[in-house]
Design a protein around this ligand. Structure first.
Ligand code: GDP
Ligand code: MN
Length: 386
């Protein structure tokens, strides 16, 4: 689960990481009052969306009058933000943060993720923070310094101090950065984060060290023990089809192709996508209905796949182990009745109760439904349909 920047700021503030004062608005006509409330000579207007790359997209703007605040807020609320991370249709802005702007002498980067290979969290720090950190990671990975730490013992002061030194901070500023690193590392562990990133962490001309942007992601599997974090969930930022799928315990991920896939089991879903690609097709989604799929769940799965306008054909690939082929056949018949197949649906069933299932499908005589003899045949048939 992802959090918005304004939520990340609240979390940081709560543990004492220094963050400039800010206000959040949800309508353009609140911008002037928010600016006046900040009572600052200049402010920064920032779109609150989960996608990054806001600065480059023109959705982080420095302003020094209430009128400018209103003008940029109106534009950001009005036009979807298109950045490297959003796709061409962009994302709608529903909240805007107005923060006291700070003078920046230098921008740094701090971030924590789990290092899967080393099986522990890693704190990364760089003197080349700002909007180009992905570029830095690619072009000059040595500019990103790392310290691995034990999840129970946490980041140690000596490690933070070494990182601060490596990114060129000394004296009071190194001390301030160490404090921030230790607090960020504690927050990462305490809240079960999968990512905790401050970019940029800035040094002002007066020598203050401040966090002016942050991104926090949380482990979904740990949300049950963090009501405060679960409450930060923003459904408006999620793909509606993926949300719907979650309701029915289906794991669904939308992709860019035009062949819908309905599969039981994540491994089988992966190989189904591979075989579609092998025969020249492009999957429109990843959909795993799981081992113990019900008729309602499978009907919902069809509803989700067929509501995607890009889908020109569907491949149903079921290996009946725990799931029974007759249940899937029943779901196919129900889906054909309730949702209607407006595109070809190629079905490959194998395993438990497959004979019964085949008989059921034959009897139902569904328009647009094609049965396949095996997986290769199924992939060939579905690729020929699009
Ligand atoms: P992002 O592009 O989505 O990562 O948004 P950020 O909040 O990181 O802002 C992008 C860039 O805008 C930063 O790297 C800064 O260079 C600049 N910026 C953001 N806030 C301020 C501010 O308070 N003062 C100044 N001078 N620049 C800022
Ligand atoms: Mn940033």
């Amino acid at each position: 689960m992802k959090a918005h920047e304004y939520q990340a700021r609240q979390l940081m503030q709560a543990v004492g990481i220094p963050v400039p004062a800010s206000e959040v608005i949800s309508k353009p006509d609140e911008a002037k009052a928010a600016f006046e409330k900040l009572n600052a000579s200049k402010a920064v207007v920032k779109a609150q969306v989960h996608a990054g790359g806001r600065g480059k997209a023109g959705y982080v703007k420095l302003i020094d009058t209430a009128d400018e605040a209103a003008e940029h807020a109106a534009r950001m609320f009005g036009d979807p933000m298109v950045s490297k991370q959003t796709g061409p249709q962009g994302v709608r802005v529903r909240k805007i943060l107005l923060a006291n702007a700070v003078d920046i002498e230098k921008e740094y980067y701090l971030g924590i993720v789990v290092d899967r290979a080393k099986r522990c969290p890693v704190m990364m720090a760089s003197a080349e923070g700002g909007v180009e950190i992905e570029e830095v990671a690619r072009r000059n990975p040595d500019a990103i310094k790392k310290a691995w730490f034990h999840p129970h013992l946490g980041l140690q002061r000596f490690q933070a101090l070494a990182l601060a030194e490596m990114i060129g901070l000394v004296g009071e500023q190194a001390k301030a950065a160490v404090g921030i690193m230790l607090k960020l590392a504690r927050l990462f562990i305490d809240k079960d984060c999968s990512l905790a990133e401050i970019n940029p962490l800035v040094r002002t001309p007066e020598g203050q060290i401040l966090a002016i942007d942050a991104k926090f992601n949380f482990d979904d599997n740990a949300l049950f023990r963090h009501d405060d974090i679960a409450a930060l969930f923003d459904a408006a930022e999620e793909n509606p089809a993926e949300l719907k799928a979650k309701e029915y315990d289906l794991s669904y991920i939308a992709l860019d192709g035009n062949i819908g896939c309905l599969v039981n089991g994540a491994g089988l879903a992966m190989s189904t996508m591979d075989i579609i690609k092998l025969h020249g097709g492009e999957p429109a989604n990843f959909l795993d209905v799981g081992g113990s799929v019900s008729t309602e769940g499978a009907v919902e799965a069809f509803r989700i796949i067929l509501s995607d306008e890009k889908v020109k054909a569907v491949l149903v690939n079921i290996f009946g182990g725990i799931a029974r082929c007759d249940v899937i056949a029943e779901a196919l018949i129900a889906a054909a009745k309730e949702v209607g197949f407006h595109v070809p649906v190629v079905v490959r069933l194998e395993g438990t109760n497959v004979e019964i299932a085949r008989e059921m499908l034959e009897k139902a005589n569904i328009d647009q439904l094609h049965t396949a003899t095996d997986l290769t045949d199924a992939a060939k048939q579905v690729c020929a349909c699009v």
